[in-house]
Each structure stands twice: as C-alpha cells, then as structure tokens.
Design a protein around this ligand. Structure first.
Ligand SMILES: [Zn+2]
Length: 226
C-alpha cells in the first residue's frame, strides 16, 4: 500500500493549506514569491523561521496517528504501507510513521545553499535571525525544502516511484490529486493494477481515482484505517 498525503492532513494540526481559502499562498502571495528557487538566503531564512515556529506548536492529528498505527499493524501481518508526503512539517514522523518519503523535504533540517556543496542536511532548529554558515564551505545554510521551480530530491522521487511499482492500494489524503506529482502517482498506481482512493475535502481531480471519499482527513482516516 502507498499513501500520498498533502496539506489537508495537517489542517487539524493547526497548519494552513497552501492554496484555497485561508491558504498560506492565498493570504500572503508575497510568501509564495519568497519560496522560489534562487531566493536570497536571508529572506528564505526569515520565512522559514516563522514557519518553523508555527510547525513547532502543531501536534500530529488523529489522521497522522491513525496512519502510523495502521502502518505498524500492517507490518505485523507482513504487508507494507509506504507514506509519501508533500508536506514539510514532519508530523508523520512525530506520529511514529517509519520511512516517510518527504517529497518536498523537511523544514526541520538545513543544508548548504551552494549548489554542489557536499555539506549534508543537518537537523537544526536553532532559532537564530540569520542563516548559520555551512561547516564545509561557509556559504549560508538554507532549510532543506524544495522551493518553487526546484526539482524534487532524486532519492525521494526514486523511492516513491519504486514503491508505486508493485502497489495494490493507493490512497491520496488531503491533496487534490490534480497537481504533479500526485497526478502522476495515481496514474502510475493504476498502471501497476492498484485500486486508487482519494480522501479529500472536495472531489477535485477525483475522476482519475477509482473511488472518492469526501470529508475531513482527521475524521475519515481513523474510521477507514481502523
Ligand atoms: Zn557548503
């Protein structure tokens, strides 16, 4: 089984979605403009610092916890449930899910802003006003997240595609299913012969799934995965 999650699964944790009413990008279009490839490291750091403090106050929702419990019960029966997420909030990991594939990176980590630097991603929640220097080359560190116009991490993309090669059930939660990579994932899962299910507030993009269940993730996920 492969589960793809988007911003909708973290709404009950107090985190806003990106698009749509009250979305981060909707309420503050300038913010989206600051999260583009090539942005000034200080500007990016300032945005990330505010975002990190919002995430630090959030707790995993009932949906995050239900998925973690489901993953371990399925493993006990010899199955696997791979969780792929578009979120950078780390709430799946905090709920206890193992091996999360974070397609858009992790807000809780930093890496060097200089392309090609070998400085590895390091956990850092240092609440400092300016980006600390890379230990390898001295360039400013940046949050280890995928910005607009940047490619996905090669390892994450490869891992997700590998999991989708022999999937029997594909579930997208809290994501519209219309934006890449979600749109590609549902097609890949269908090609592998999987049943495909969308759990989301609305049925946008639902026509590419076998089944759509509409409602709040924190209500539906604990019910459906129980
Ligand atoms: Zn460096």
């Amino acid at each position: 089984m492969v589960v793809l999650t988007g911003a909708g699964i973290s709404v009950a944790s107090g985190l806003r979605t990106y698009r749509g009413p009250r979305g981060l990008w909707t309420e503050d279009p300038k913010l989206a403009g600051e999260l583009v490839a090539g942005v000034d490291p200080q500007a990016l750091w300032t945005v990330a610092r505010a975002w990190r403090s919002e995430v630090a106050r959030a707790q995993p929702s009932a949906a995050h916890r239900a998925l973690a419990a489901y993953q371990s019960s399925l493993a006990a029966e010899g199955g696997t449930c791979t969780v792929v997420t578009q979120n950078v909030d780390g709430l799946h990991e905090r709920a206890g899910t193992e091996g999360v594939i974070a397609l858009h990176g992790a807000l809780s980590k930093n890496r060097c802003s200089r392309p090609g630097c070998e400085g590895q991603a390091v956990a850092s929640l240092d609440d400092v006003p300016a980006p600390p220097p890379c230990a390898a080359c001295g360039a400013p560190l940046r949050p280890d997240i995928v910005l607009f116009e940047e490619p996905l991490g090669a390892l994450e993309e490869w891992s997700a595609k590998k999991a989708l090669r022999d999937v029997e059930l594909f579930v997208a939660i809290g994501t519209s299913g219309t934006v890449s990579p979600a749109s590609n994932f549902v097609r890949a899962a269908a090609y592998a012969g999987a049943h495909t299910l969308l759990i989301n507030l609305d049925a946008n993009g639902g026509s590419t799934f076998d089944e759509v269940v509409m409602g709040d993730a924190e209500v539906l996920v604990p019910e459906l995965f129980a």
